[in-house]
Design a protein around this ligand. Structure first.
Ligand code: LLP
Length: 420
Protein backbone atom coordinates (compact mmCIF):
# COMPACT_ATOMS: atom_id res chain seq x y z
CA UNK A 1 0.00 0.00 0.00
CA UNK A 2 1.36 3.42 -0.94
CA UNK A 3 1.40 6.21 1.62
CA UNK A 4 0.67 8.63 -1.24
CA UNK A 5 -2.99 8.26 -2.14
CA UNK A 6 -6.05 10.17 -3.32
CA UNK A 7 -8.62 11.13 -0.65
CA UNK A 8 -11.81 12.78 -1.82
CA UNK A 9 -10.17 13.51 -5.15
CA UNK A 10 -7.02 15.05 -3.75
CA UNK A 11 -3.53 13.56 -3.40
CA UNK A 12 -2.22 13.20 0.14
CA UNK A 13 1.13 12.25 1.60
CA UNK A 14 0.03 10.20 4.61
CA UNK A 15 -2.51 12.56 6.28
CA UNK A 16 -1.21 15.78 4.74
CA UNK A 17 -2.78 17.20 1.55
CA UNK A 18 -0.05 18.04 -0.95
CA UNK A 19 -1.85 21.31 -1.73
CA UNK A 20 -1.05 22.42 1.83
CA UNK A 21 2.66 21.75 1.37
CA UNK A 22 2.63 23.57 -1.98
CA UNK A 23 0.89 26.58 -0.42
CA UNK A 24 3.19 26.75 2.59
CA UNK A 25 6.56 25.69 1.14
CA UNK A 26 6.15 26.46 -2.55
CA UNK A 27 7.10 24.31 -5.52
CA UNK A 28 9.06 22.46 -6.73
CA UNK A 29 9.59 20.48 -3.53
CA UNK A 30 10.41 16.86 -2.72
CA UNK A 31 7.97 15.22 -0.32
CA UNK A 32 8.93 12.07 1.58
CA UNK A 33 6.76 9.78 3.67
CA UNK A 34 8.28 8.57 6.92
CA UNK A 35 5.85 5.63 7.04
CA UNK A 36 6.73 4.55 3.53
CA UNK A 37 10.45 4.60 4.39
CA UNK A 38 9.71 2.50 7.47
CA UNK A 39 7.41 0.12 5.57
CA UNK A 40 10.12 -0.44 2.94
CA UNK A 41 12.90 -0.88 5.51
CA UNK A 42 10.79 -3.34 7.54
CA UNK A 43 9.64 -5.29 4.47
CA UNK A 44 13.19 -5.86 3.29
CA UNK A 45 14.34 -6.87 6.76
CA UNK A 46 11.39 -9.26 7.03
CA UNK A 47 12.02 -10.72 3.55
CA UNK A 48 15.67 -11.34 4.39
CA UNK A 49 14.70 -12.71 7.81
CA UNK A 50 14.92 -16.20 6.33
CA UNK A 51 18.73 -15.80 6.37
CA UNK A 52 20.72 -16.62 9.50
CA UNK A 53 22.87 -13.48 9.94
CA UNK A 54 22.18 -10.25 8.08
CA UNK A 55 23.57 -6.72 8.25
CA UNK A 56 21.63 -4.01 6.42
CA UNK A 57 23.54 -0.92 5.35
CA UNK A 58 21.32 1.71 3.72
CA UNK A 59 23.09 3.19 0.68
CA UNK A 60 23.16 6.82 1.72
CA UNK A 61 23.73 8.00 -1.84
CA UNK A 62 20.12 7.16 -2.73
CA UNK A 63 18.76 9.81 -0.38
CA UNK A 64 21.24 11.38 2.04
CA UNK A 65 18.86 13.85 3.68
CA UNK A 66 19.66 13.84 7.40
CA UNK A 67 16.04 13.31 8.41
CA UNK A 68 15.72 10.34 6.03
CA UNK A 69 18.95 8.80 7.32
CA UNK A 70 17.64 9.36 10.86
CA UNK A 71 14.46 7.42 10.07
CA UNK A 72 16.53 4.52 8.73
CA UNK A 73 18.90 4.60 11.70
CA UNK A 74 15.80 4.21 13.91
CA UNK A 75 14.78 1.21 11.77
CA UNK A 76 18.07 -0.41 12.79
CA UNK A 77 19.87 0.13 9.50
CA UNK A 78 23.56 0.90 9.24
CA UNK A 79 24.97 2.80 6.27
CA UNK A 80 26.84 2.20 3.06
CA UNK A 81 28.93 5.30 2.38
CA UNK A 82 31.14 6.35 -0.53
CA UNK A 83 32.65 9.63 0.68
CA UNK A 84 33.67 11.60 3.73
CA UNK A 85 30.50 13.62 3.32
CA UNK A 86 28.32 10.52 3.49
CA UNK A 87 30.26 9.37 6.56
CA UNK A 88 29.50 12.69 8.25
CA UNK A 89 25.80 12.20 7.49
CA UNK A 90 25.68 8.63 8.79
CA UNK A 91 27.40 9.64 12.03
CA UNK A 92 25.27 12.78 12.42
CA UNK A 93 22.14 10.62 12.04
CA UNK A 94 23.30 8.51 14.95
CA UNK A 95 24.46 5.40 13.14
CA UNK A 96 27.06 3.41 15.05
CA UNK A 97 30.47 3.60 13.32
CA UNK A 98 30.66 -0.17 13.49
CA UNK A 99 27.50 -0.41 11.34
CA UNK A 100 29.02 1.69 8.55
CA UNK A 101 30.51 0.17 5.39
CA UNK A 102 32.87 2.33 3.33
CA UNK A 103 32.47 1.49 -0.38
CA UNK A 104 33.68 3.55 -3.30
CA UNK A 105 36.07 3.15 -6.18
CA UNK A 106 38.07 6.31 -5.45
CA UNK A 107 38.46 6.80 -1.72
CA UNK A 108 41.19 9.34 -1.01
CA UNK A 109 43.94 8.77 1.56
CA UNK A 110 42.40 11.53 3.69
CA UNK A 111 38.98 9.84 3.54
CA UNK A 112 40.44 6.44 4.46
CA UNK A 113 42.29 7.95 7.41
CA UNK A 114 39.26 9.89 8.63
CA UNK A 115 37.17 6.70 8.44
CA UNK A 116 39.79 4.84 10.48
CA UNK A 117 39.74 7.63 13.04
CA UNK A 118 35.94 7.36 13.19
CA UNK A 119 36.23 3.55 13.63
CA UNK A 120 34.12 2.73 10.59
CA UNK A 121 33.18 -0.96 10.74
CA UNK A 122 34.19 -2.18 7.29
CA UNK A 123 36.22 -1.01 4.30
CA UNK A 124 35.33 -2.45 0.88
CA UNK A 125 38.68 -2.49 -0.91
CA UNK A 126 38.53 -1.88 -4.65
CA UNK A 127 42.22 -2.01 -5.63
CA UNK A 128 45.18 -3.84 -4.09
CA UNK A 129 47.06 -0.55 -3.69
CA UNK A 130 44.16 0.92 -1.73
CA UNK A 131 44.35 -2.04 0.64
CA UNK A 132 48.08 -1.53 1.14
CA UNK A 133 47.62 2.17 1.92
CA UNK A 134 44.73 1.43 4.29
CA UNK A 135 46.91 -1.16 6.05
CA UNK A 136 49.73 1.38 6.52
CA UNK A 137 47.31 4.01 7.84
CA UNK A 138 45.88 1.50 10.30
CA UNK A 139 49.34 0.50 11.55
CA UNK A 140 50.20 4.19 12.03
CA UNK A 141 47.06 4.51 14.15
CA UNK A 142 47.86 1.35 16.09
CA UNK A 143 44.75 -0.42 14.83
CA UNK A 144 43.60 -2.95 12.22
CA UNK A 145 41.02 -2.15 9.57
CA UNK A 146 38.22 -4.68 9.07
CA UNK A 147 38.05 -5.10 5.33
CA UNK A 148 36.57 -7.09 2.47
CA UNK A 149 37.73 -7.25 -1.14
CA UNK A 150 35.26 -6.05 -3.78
CA UNK A 151 35.31 -8.33 -6.78
CA UNK A 152 33.99 -7.75 -10.26
CA UNK A 153 32.06 -10.94 -11.07
CA UNK A 154 31.67 -10.12 -14.78
CA UNK A 155 27.88 -10.41 -14.77
CA UNK A 156 25.55 -8.27 -16.85
CA UNK A 157 22.90 -6.89 -14.50
CA UNK A 158 20.61 -6.20 -17.45
CA UNK A 159 20.11 -2.61 -16.36
CA UNK A 160 20.88 0.78 -17.96
CA UNK A 161 24.54 0.96 -19.09
CA UNK A 162 25.20 4.02 -16.93
CA UNK A 163 24.22 2.22 -13.72
CA UNK A 164 25.69 -1.20 -14.49
CA UNK A 165 28.80 -1.96 -12.42
CA UNK A 166 29.51 -5.69 -12.52
CA UNK A 167 30.79 -6.30 -16.02
CA UNK A 168 34.50 -6.86 -16.61
CA UNK A 169 34.77 -3.57 -18.52
CA UNK A 170 33.35 -1.53 -15.60
CA UNK A 171 35.68 0.35 -13.26
CA UNK A 172 34.59 -1.44 -10.08
CA UNK A 173 36.34 -4.10 -7.99
CA UNK A 174 39.13 -6.51 -8.88
CA UNK A 175 38.63 -9.22 -11.49
CA UNK A 176 37.19 -12.25 -9.72
CA UNK A 177 39.94 -14.42 -11.24
CA UNK A 178 42.62 -12.21 -9.63
CA UNK A 179 40.84 -12.11 -6.27
CA UNK A 180 42.47 -15.14 -4.54
CA UNK A 181 46.01 -13.88 -5.11
CA UNK A 182 45.20 -10.28 -4.15
CA UNK A 183 43.25 -11.46 -1.10
CA UNK A 184 46.21 -13.55 0.08
CA UNK A 185 48.61 -10.59 -0.19
CA UNK A 186 46.20 -8.24 1.62
CA UNK A 187 45.46 -10.80 4.35
CA UNK A 188 49.20 -10.92 5.14
CA UNK A 189 49.31 -7.18 5.96
CA UNK A 190 49.44 -6.39 9.68
CA UNK A 191 47.08 -3.40 9.40
CA UNK A 192 44.26 -5.30 7.70
CA UNK A 193 41.81 -7.80 9.16
CA UNK A 194 40.50 -9.29 5.91
CA UNK A 195 37.15 -10.87 6.63
CA UNK A 196 35.49 -11.52 3.30
CA UNK A 197 34.43 -10.28 -0.11
CA UNK A 198 31.91 -7.90 -1.68
CA UNK A 199 30.14 -7.48 -5.01
CA UNK A 200 27.61 -5.01 -6.42
CA UNK A 201 26.64 -5.44 -10.07
CA UNK A 202 24.38 -2.46 -10.67
CA UNK A 203 21.20 -0.66 -9.79
CA UNK A 204 17.49 -0.88 -10.71
CA UNK A 205 17.87 -4.62 -11.38
CA UNK A 206 14.59 -6.11 -12.53
CA UNK A 207 15.47 -9.76 -12.67
CA UNK A 208 16.93 -11.86 -9.86
CA UNK A 209 18.83 -14.17 -12.25
CA UNK A 210 21.98 -12.01 -12.66
CA UNK A 211 22.08 -11.49 -8.91
CA UNK A 212 21.83 -15.23 -8.33
CA UNK A 213 24.63 -15.86 -10.85
CA UNK A 214 26.76 -13.30 -9.01
CA UNK A 215 26.08 -14.83 -5.61
CA UNK A 216 26.98 -18.30 -6.91
CA UNK A 217 30.29 -17.00 -8.29
CA UNK A 218 30.96 -15.36 -4.93
CA UNK A 219 30.14 -18.65 -3.19
CA UNK A 220 32.76 -20.45 -5.28
CA UNK A 221 35.28 -17.74 -4.40
CA UNK A 222 34.48 -18.03 -0.69
CA UNK A 223 35.10 -21.79 -0.88
CA UNK A 224 38.41 -21.19 -2.69
CA UNK A 225 39.54 -18.61 -0.10
CA UNK A 226 38.67 -20.95 2.74
CA UNK A 227 40.51 -23.82 1.06
CA UNK A 228 43.55 -21.54 0.96
CA UNK A 229 43.28 -21.14 4.74
CA UNK A 230 41.55 -17.75 4.99
CA UNK A 231 38.79 -16.95 7.47
CA UNK A 232 35.72 -15.67 5.62
CA UNK A 233 33.10 -14.34 8.02
CA UNK A 234 31.41 -11.57 5.99
CA UNK A 235 30.09 -11.34 2.45
CA UNK A 236 28.68 -8.04 1.21
CA UNK A 237 26.18 -8.67 -1.59
CA UNK A 238 25.67 -4.97 -2.39
CA UNK A 239 22.39 -3.37 -3.38
CA UNK A 240 20.67 -2.99 -6.71
CA UNK A 241 17.11 -4.23 -6.11
CA UNK A 242 14.81 -2.43 -8.53
CA UNK A 243 11.47 -0.73 -7.98
CA UNK A 244 8.44 -0.21 -10.24
CA UNK A 245 8.39 3.19 -11.93
CA UNK A 246 5.41 2.47 -14.21
CA UNK A 247 1.97 1.31 -13.13
CA UNK A 248 1.66 -2.44 -13.48
CA UNK A 249 5.40 -3.15 -13.46
CA UNK A 250 6.25 -6.09 -11.27
CA UNK A 251 9.54 -6.29 -9.37
CA UNK A 252 10.85 -9.03 -7.09
CA UNK A 253 9.33 -8.71 -3.62
CA UNK A 254 11.49 -8.77 -0.47
CA UNK A 255 10.20 -12.28 0.18
CA UNK A 256 11.29 -13.44 -3.29
CA UNK A 257 14.66 -11.75 -2.84
CA UNK A 258 15.09 -13.49 0.52
CA UNK A 259 14.18 -16.89 -0.92
CA UNK A 260 16.66 -16.50 -3.79
CA UNK A 261 19.46 -15.35 -1.48
CA UNK A 262 18.78 -18.23 0.91
CA UNK A 263 19.02 -20.67 -2.01
CA UNK A 264 22.19 -19.15 -3.50
CA UNK A 265 24.04 -18.75 -0.20
CA UNK A 266 22.99 -21.96 1.58
CA UNK A 267 25.79 -23.27 3.78
CA UNK A 268 28.05 -20.20 3.50
CA UNK A 269 28.02 -19.62 7.27
CA UNK A 270 28.82 -15.92 7.06
CA UNK A 271 27.18 -12.62 7.97
CA UNK A 272 25.48 -11.48 4.77
CA UNK A 273 25.57 -7.75 4.21
CA UNK A 274 23.32 -5.74 1.89
CA UNK A 275 23.53 -2.14 0.67
CA UNK A 276 19.99 -1.27 -0.47
CA UNK A 277 19.22 2.27 -1.58
CA UNK A 278 16.45 2.61 -4.15
CA UNK A 279 14.26 -0.16 -2.74
CA UNK A 280 14.15 1.75 0.57
CA UNK A 281 13.78 5.35 -0.61
CA UNK A 282 12.45 5.19 -4.20
CA UNK A 283 8.69 5.08 -3.73
CA UNK A 284 8.89 6.95 -0.41
CA UNK A 285 9.23 10.28 -2.19
CA UNK A 286 7.71 12.35 -4.94
CA UNK A 287 8.48 15.66 -6.57
CA UNK A 288 5.64 18.15 -6.17
CA UNK A 289 5.45 20.72 -8.94
CA UNK A 290 3.13 23.30 -10.49
CA UNK A 291 2.12 23.67 -14.12
CA UNK A 292 3.51 26.96 -15.46
CA UNK A 293 1.82 26.70 -18.85
CA UNK A 294 0.41 24.38 -21.37
CA UNK A 295 2.04 25.44 -24.64
CA UNK A 296 0.88 24.28 -28.07
CA UNK A 297 3.29 21.87 -29.81
CA UNK A 298 3.51 20.43 -33.31
CA UNK A 299 2.34 16.97 -32.32
CA UNK A 300 1.20 17.27 -28.72
CA UNK A 301 0.98 20.21 -26.34
CA UNK A 302 3.92 20.91 -24.00
CA UNK A 303 3.10 20.88 -20.32
CA UNK A 304 5.79 23.08 -18.79
CA UNK A 305 6.12 22.51 -15.04
CA UNK A 306 8.24 24.39 -12.50
CA UNK A 307 10.40 21.31 -11.76
CA UNK A 308 13.25 20.69 -14.16
CA UNK A 309 16.20 18.47 -14.98
CA UNK A 310 18.26 20.28 -12.33
CA UNK A 311 15.75 19.06 -9.70
CA UNK A 312 15.24 15.53 -11.06
CA UNK A 313 18.04 14.51 -13.40
CA UNK A 314 17.08 10.86 -13.98
CA UNK A 315 14.97 11.32 -17.14
CA UNK A 316 17.68 13.43 -18.80
CA UNK A 317 20.50 11.12 -17.67
CA UNK A 318 19.00 7.66 -18.10
CA UNK A 319 15.79 8.26 -20.08
CA UNK A 320 14.14 7.24 -16.83
CA UNK A 321 10.36 7.12 -16.53
CA UNK A 322 8.66 8.92 -13.64
CA UNK A 323 4.90 8.67 -13.53
CA UNK A 324 3.12 12.04 -13.63
CA UNK A 325 -0.18 12.73 -11.90
CA UNK A 326 -2.35 15.71 -10.98
CA UNK A 327 -2.81 16.53 -7.30
CA UNK A 328 -6.54 17.03 -8.00
CA UNK A 329 -7.21 14.87 -11.07
CA UNK A 330 -10.29 15.98 -13.02
CA UNK A 331 -10.85 12.53 -14.44
CA UNK A 332 -10.02 13.59 -17.99
CA UNK A 333 -6.76 12.66 -19.70
CA UNK A 334 -4.58 14.32 -22.31
CA UNK A 335 -1.60 13.29 -24.41
CA UNK A 336 1.28 15.71 -23.91
CA UNK A 337 4.98 16.28 -23.72
CA UNK A 338 6.13 17.14 -20.23
CA UNK A 339 9.09 19.41 -19.63
CA UNK A 340 10.76 21.82 -17.24
CA UNK A 341 11.88 25.43 -17.78
CA UNK A 342 15.61 24.71 -18.29
CA UNK A 343 17.06 25.88 -21.57
CA UNK A 344 17.82 22.57 -23.21
CA UNK A 345 15.71 19.99 -24.93
CA UNK A 346 17.08 17.33 -22.59
CA UNK A 347 14.96 18.95 -19.91
CA UNK A 348 12.02 16.74 -20.84
CA UNK A 349 10.30 14.37 -18.44
CA UNK A 350 8.06 12.63 -20.97
CA UNK A 351 7.19 12.63 -24.66
CA UNK A 352 3.75 11.94 -26.07
CA UNK A 353 2.55 10.49 -22.80
CA UNK A 354 -1.04 10.08 -21.71
CA UNK A 355 -1.38 11.99 -18.44
CA UNK A 356 -4.01 13.53 -16.19
CA UNK A 357 -5.30 16.60 -18.01
CA UNK A 358 -3.81 19.74 -16.45
CA UNK A 359 -4.02 23.48 -17.00
CA UNK A 360 -1.89 26.42 -15.96
CA UNK A 361 -1.59 26.65 -12.17
CA UNK A 362 -2.48 23.02 -11.42
CA UNK A 363 -0.38 21.08 -8.93
CA UNK A 364 1.08 17.77 -10.04
CA UNK A 365 3.66 15.21 -8.99
CA UNK A 366 6.40 13.08 -10.43
CA UNK A 367 6.27 9.81 -8.55
CA UNK A 368 8.98 7.45 -7.26
CA UNK A 369 11.47 10.27 -6.84
CA UNK A 370 12.65 9.46 -3.32
CA UNK A 371 15.88 7.83 -4.50
CA UNK A 372 18.48 9.57 -6.65
CA UNK A 373 16.23 12.64 -6.82
CA UNK A 374 17.11 15.58 -4.57
CA UNK A 375 20.61 14.26 -4.04
CA UNK A 376 21.42 14.63 -7.73
CA UNK A 377 19.90 18.13 -7.95
CA UNK A 378 21.94 21.13 -9.05
CA UNK A 379 21.41 24.85 -9.44
CA UNK A 380 21.81 24.83 -13.22
CA UNK A 381 20.25 27.87 -14.88
CA UNK A 382 20.72 29.52 -11.46
CA UNK A 383 17.61 27.81 -10.25
CA UNK A 384 17.22 27.27 -6.51
CA UNK A 385 18.39 24.03 -4.96
CA UNK A 386 15.13 22.15 -4.45
CA UNK A 387 13.84 21.85 -0.84
CA UNK A 388 12.68 18.66 0.88
CA UNK A 389 9.80 17.91 3.24
CA UNK A 390 9.25 14.87 5.45
CA UNK A 391 5.67 13.92 6.31
CA UNK A 392 4.83 11.97 9.44
CA UNK A 393 1.12 11.29 9.90
CA UNK A 394 -0.68 14.63 9.92
CA UNK A 395 2.46 16.71 10.42
CA UNK A 396 5.34 17.62 8.21
CA UNK A 397 8.66 19.43 8.45
CA UNK A 398 10.91 21.15 5.97
CA UNK A 399 14.01 18.93 6.17
CA UNK A 400 16.06 20.82 3.57
CA UNK A 401 15.66 24.50 2.75
CA UNK A 402 15.23 25.93 -0.69
CA UNK A 403 18.65 27.43 -1.40
CA UNK A 404 18.30 30.35 -3.73
CA UNK A 405 20.70 32.21 -5.97
CA UNK A 406 21.41 34.77 -3.20
CA UNK A 407 22.87 32.08 -0.93
CA UNK A 408 24.82 30.53 -3.79
CA UNK A 409 26.17 33.92 -4.87
CA UNK A 410 27.21 34.66 -1.28
CA UNK A 411 29.71 31.80 -1.58
CA UNK A 412 31.19 33.24 -4.80
CA UNK A 413 33.84 35.96 -5.08
CA UNK A 414 34.70 38.50 -7.73
CA UNK A 415 38.46 39.07 -7.34
CA UNK A 416 39.54 42.62 -6.61
CA UNK A 417 41.71 42.68 -9.73
CA UNK A 418 38.61 42.20 -11.82
CA UNK A 419 36.69 45.08 -10.29
CA UNK A 420 39.61 47.55 -10.15
N1 LLP B 1 26.27 -0.32 -3.18
C1 LLP B 1 27.09 0.19 -4.12
C2 LLP B 1 28.51 -0.17 -4.09
C3 LLP B 1 26.58 1.04 -5.10
O1 LLP B 1 27.38 1.53 -6.04
C4 LLP B 1 25.20 1.38 -5.10
C5 LLP B 1 24.63 2.26 -6.11
C6 LLP B 1 24.38 0.83 -4.09
C7 LLP B 1 24.96 -0.02 -3.15
C8 LLP B 1 22.91 1.11 -4.00
O2 LLP B 1 22.23 0.62 -5.10
P1 LLP B 1 20.62 0.57 -5.12
O3 LLP B 1 20.16 -0.41 -4.09
O4 LLP B 1 20.12 1.93 -4.84
O5 LLP B 1 20.32 0.14 -6.51
N2 LLP B 1 21.81 7.47 -9.99
C9 LLP B 1 21.34 6.21 -10.53
C10 LLP B 1 21.69 5.05 -9.62
C11 LLP B 1 23.16 4.92 -9.31
C12 LLP B 1 23.48 3.80 -8.37
C13 LLP B 1 24.91 3.89 -7.91
N3 LLP B 1 25.32 2.87 -7.00
C14 LLP B 1 19.85 6.31 -10.79
O6 LLP B 1 19.26 7.37 -10.58
O7 LLP B 1 19.23 5.36 -11.26
Amino acid sequence: MSRFALRNGELFAEDVPLSRIAAEVGTPVYVYSRRQLEDNADALRYGLGILPRVHLAYAIKANPNLAVVNVLAKCGYGADIVSGGEMARALAAGMAPDDIVFSGVGKTVAELDAALAARVGQFNIEIEEEGAILGDLAVARGTRAQAVLRVNPDVDAGTHAKISTGKAENKFGVAISDAPAIYARLAALPGLAMRGVAAHIGSQIADLAPLETTYRRIGALVAELRAAGHDVTHVDLGGGFGVAYRPGEVYPTPREIGAMVARATAGWDVTLMFEPGRVIAGDAGLLLTQVIWVKPGTGHPWVIVDAAMNDLARPALYDAHHEFGAVRPSGTRMTANLAGPVCESGDTFAKAREIDAVVRGDLAVLYTAGAYGATMASTYNSRALVPEVLVDGDRYAIVADRIGADTIMAAERVPEWLTA
